[in-house]
Design a protein around this ligand. Structure first.
Ligand code: SAM
Length: 336
């Protein structure tokens, strides 16, 4: 299907009512939506040069912004932020700093995780009215562990245009320097803050055949690494901290080594992404053996060494002889 060759308002989707397009291409620089007065010429500055931004067709523009280094913003993002009728920001103070850096004076409107249906309804009304709204979060790509999903959903439900402006995201930046497999990965975002719930979630993620990408708070990093090591075994992992900033660091090792290192050090500062490699035959065996020891200790509270070993060998599928040898060693250790 050659979408580009068919003017959008004559495309079958449009005629069937599945797509609604507001064509605003006739807007002149600075002219408001639907003949409204507008803000005058919209400009931005970069490298000490001023540039005029082209007027934008109506729609919701989802704009990625830097995760630390202000130079990581795209030219198209600057044009869009400058030309939009408003910038919807998670925290207007944070976004004001970014806009000021690039000489952009577009009005800011607050849109955050607690914004309710009434707020969304107002935004959808503005879009229906022909406005161009740019959605940003404090840093990175909106909707990725950040607000915006419900607004995008509401705009789509109304047949309004939603336009992505791709750019920085901590998840991908961390993945590409992790040294872990990148052919498949699973973005989990933040794990639960309580250890029991965190371990349950990690166990649910254990069989995912790709690198796990997790956002983590610095004060929970050591605990989360310890839980991950206990549940997933000594898998390869990477801790990416303060990416694109002055103190950017990437530490690589096994979960066990990283848990030990961070457990012994003062709490790290800054923003962190934790990445964990998928299981290998080796780590799976180490996980099974660790589980086997826990199971043996439990079983030996009620059964003889021989019976406990037979029970656990049946449960884990490990060779009876290995399990019995381990059971004997554990029982000897317990007597010493
Ligand atoms: N939407 C953002 C994105 O696309 O990356 C993520 C927002 S989420 C609320 C914030 C989390 O992203 C932080 O707690 C941290 O885990 C991660 N993060 C953000 N900036 C980072 C950076 N510069 N270095 C490492 N991790 C970062």
């Amino acid at each position: 299907m050659k979408l580009a060759a068919v003017p959008f308002n004559r495309h079958p989707w449009h005629r069937s009512g599945m797509v609604q397009v507001i064509d605003n291409r006739s807007r002149k620089p600075g002219q408001g939506a639907r003949g409204a007065p507008g803000r005058g010429p919209t400009t931005f500055t970069a490298f000490g040069l001023a540039a005029e931004a082209e007027p934008l067709p109506a729609g919701l523009y989802v704009v990625a912004t830097p995760i630390g280094n202000l130079g990581d913003i795209s030219l198209r993002a600057l044009q869009t932020l400058a030309a939009a009728d408003a910038v919807l920001a998670e925290d207007t103070r944070v976004t004001r700093t970014l806009l000021a850096h690039y000489g952009i004076t577009t009005p800011l409107v607050s849109y955050h995780e607690h914004s309710n249906d009434a707020v969304r309804e107002r935004m959808v009304h503005r879009l229906r009215d022909g406005q161009a709204l740019a959605l940003v979060s404090d840093a990175g790509t909106p909707l990725v562990s950040d607000p915006g999903y419900r607004l995008v959903e509401a705009a789509i439900a109304e047949g309004l245009r939603v336009v992505p402006l791709p750019g920085p995201s901590a998840a991908l930046a961390a993945l590409v320097v992790s040294g872990l497999p990148t052919d498949r990965f699973f973005f989990e975002g933040f794990l639960p803050s309580k250890s029991a719930a965190r371990r349950t979630r990690l166990a649910e993620l254990a069989d995912i055949p790709g690198t796990l990408v997790l956002y983590e708070a610095p004060h929970r990093l050591a605990e989360s690494l310890a839980d991950a090591a206990a549940v997933l075994g000594p898998r390869a992992a990477s801790v990416a901290r303060e990416l694109t900033k002055l103190y950017e660091t990437v530490r690589r090792g096994t979960l066990t080594d990283l848990a030990e290192a961070y457990g012994a050090e003062p709490q790290p500062k800054g923003e962190i992404v934790l990445l964990i490699a998928p299981a290998t035959a080796e780590t799976r065996e180490a996980e099974t053996r660790a589980t086997m020891e826990d199971k043996l200790r439990d079983a030996m509270r009620q059964h003889s060494v021989k019976d406990a070993a037979a029970l656990v060998a049946g449960e884990t599928g490990l060779p009876k002889r290995d399990v019995y040898a381990r059971a004997l060693a554990l029982s000897r250790q317990a007597r010493e």
